[in-house]
Design a protein around this ligand. Structure first.
Ligand SMILES: Cc1cc2nc3c(=O)[nH]c(=O)nc-3n(C[C@H](O)[C@H](O)[C@H](O)COP(=O)(O)OP(=O)(O)OC[C@H]3O[C@@H](n4cnc5c(N)ncnc54)[C@H](O)[C@@H]3O)c2cc1C
Length: 391
């Protein structure tokens, strides 16, 4: 156990909450502060693109009500001095620390020219975003255009279709092709179309058009404009690391850590969740930044335990990433890192039956799996990936 007396956790969402709770569970009895830009107590994001859009307000995150820490909500860290060991907040307050957990997550990427000033243009990351989008969907006149066919774009498109809207999804490639490979993304493309979504692929958005301060369309690189009553920009996220500029913490599309989640070169700073980039020992030390719930959940706890143990006793983090979504009611899941694969094959079921699993291998060794309507298969393949099995 380390000798910290004051630990600061920056970022009050899933990873930060789990870190704070774990510090207490592991016996840390010193001063603990949890800082978060959002005014809300930590809440659960997955429902934001699912049940919340359908009218259910439950975003509760177990453990959020009884945080045994000073919770500073609505306040953001703007500077880290890792020499003096202080975090400066946006109101000028300085928080000294012996141990620091960085859990500042990520925010939606904006497109060049996506005109955030236009009414009717939405992103989806926070509870406030979701409530705004829900209200806008209820009153939308015209087509809902979703830019980006990834997990969140796919979920928003499904919800909007189920509510009876005309929906267009625009993506440079078939949905989730980079993450899930060709077989699953082709199936997904057909699934969207079968469910009435107008899916436009192989094109890029150049700008949003507007009239009287309201969005009216999405212009594509072939000069065609898709008319829009409401636009959701779902083109991925960027990690929240600006506050670390000028500090000695290394940032490269996320906070770069070692395999035990210590910020490179720091024995008193760990990072966890969507903001952390670490070398994954299971995948040949490939550095990864994972934007999934179970990763943030486990990593927040793991980083906290390692911070208390100190670098010498710390344990590498090597959980196999996994994510699930529902697109027009069908369960799509994946595990591991399919994008590392040099080969993939359907191992069970068949795409034409709408129930199948795909295994991804690199040099014959399993590195990823994707399933459609086949949760049992995902569990089996995820275990096989963790065991480093060959196909
Ligand atoms: C709509 C939606 C649906 C999702 N659905 C799924 C799903 O079905 N399955 C799944 O596996 N994953 C899903 N995810 C992803 C999952 O929610 C994230 O992986 C998880 O929230 C990451 O947690 P985190 O704590 O690392 O970061 P975040 O949740 O991004 O939280 C970071 C927090 O830090 C705060 N912050 C940022 N900068 C500062 C600063 N300088 N000072 C203080 N605070 C700061 C932010 O305001 C934020 O509250 C979804 C995400 C979204 C947005």
């Amino acid at each position: 156990m380390g000798t910290q007396e004051r630990i600061v956790v920056v970022g009050a969402s899933l990873a930060g909450l789990r870190a704070a709770a774990t510090l207490r569970e592991e016996g840390f009895a010193g001063a603990l502060t949890l800082v978060g830009t959002e005014p809300h107590r930590p809440y659960n994001r997955p429902p934001l693109s699912k049940s919340v859009l359908e009218g259910d307000d439950d975003v509760s995150l177990p453990g959020s009500e009884e945080i045994d820490a000073d919770f500073l909500g609505g306040r953001g860290a703007v500077r880290l001095d890792d020499g003096a060991r202080t975090v400066t907040l946006d109101d000028g307050a300085e928080l000294p620390y012996d141990g620091l957990v960085i859990a500042t997550g990520a925010r939606p990427r904006r497109l060049p020219g996506d005109r955030a000033d236009l009414a009717g243009v939405h992103v989806l990351r926070t509870l406030d975003h979701a409530l705004e989008l829900r209200e806008a969907l209820a009153g939308v006149q015209g087509r809902v255009v979703v830019i980006g066919g990834g997990f969140i774009g796919g979920e928003v498109a499904s919800t909007a279709r189920a509510a009876g809207h005309d929906v267009t999804v625009i993506d440079a490639a078939e949905p989730m092709a980079r993450v899930l490979g060709g077989t699953v993304s082709s199936w997904l493309a057909g699934h969207h179309r079968d469910n009435g979504v107008d899916l436009i692929t192989g094109t890029r958005v150049t700008e949003l058009t507007g009239e009287d301060g309201r969005v009216t369309g999405v212009r594509l690189d072939d000069s065609w404009t898709v008319p829009a009553g409401l636009v959701v920009v779902a083109t991925g996220v960027v990690p929240n690391t600006e506050w670390l500029e000028g500090s000695g913490v290394r940032v490269d599309d996320g906070v770069v850590t070692d395999d035990r989640l210590f910020a490179a070169g720091h024995a008193d700073i760990v990072a966890a969740g969507d903001v952390a980039r670490w070398p994954h020992t299971l995948f040949g030390d490939e550095t990864v930044r994972i934007e999934h719930w179970s990763n943030a959940n486990e990593q927040g706890a793991h980083a906290a335990r390692n911070l208390l143990r100190g670098p010498l006793e710390a344990v590498p983090f090597s959980q196999v990433p996994a994510l699930g979504t529902r697109v027009h009611g069908t369960r799509v899941q994946y595990a591991g890192l399919p994008h590392l694969a040099d080969a993939s094959t359907v191992v069970e079921g068949a795409p034409e039956d709408g129930r199948f699993s795909v295994a991804f291998t690199r040099g014959g060794v399993l590195v990823g799996a994707a399933t459609v309507n086949f949760p049992k298969e995902l569990t089996r393949l995820r275990k096989a990936i963790a065991a480093g099995e060959s196909l």
